[in-house]
Design a protein around this ligand. Structure first.
Ligand SMILES: [Zn+2]
Length: 69
């Protein structure tokens, strides 16, 4: 194998100020997802007393092992 066939990978510098909005967005998205799948139910529901969100994420709730019924 010739040396020209070897590709070298180099790390790409990424600044914190560029990635911070994405990290915060991912964190908020994860927290919202966690709330709707794991916690939103009945009295603590964002959308009043309706169980629409709970029923919508019910299978995911059981799949992830959150207590339900
Ligand atoms: Zn259930």
């Amino acid at each position: 194998m010739s040396s020209s066939a070897i590709t070298q990978s180099r790390p790409v510098p990424v600044s914190v100020s560029e990635t911070l909005p994405w990290l915060i967005g991912a964190l908020l998205f994860g927290l919202v997802l966690y709330y709707f799948i794991g916690i939103d139910e009945g009295a603590t529901s964002v959308f009043g007393n309706s169980m629409v969100v709970h029923e919508f994420v019910h299978d995911a709730r059981h799949f992830l092992g959150f207590p339900c019924h």
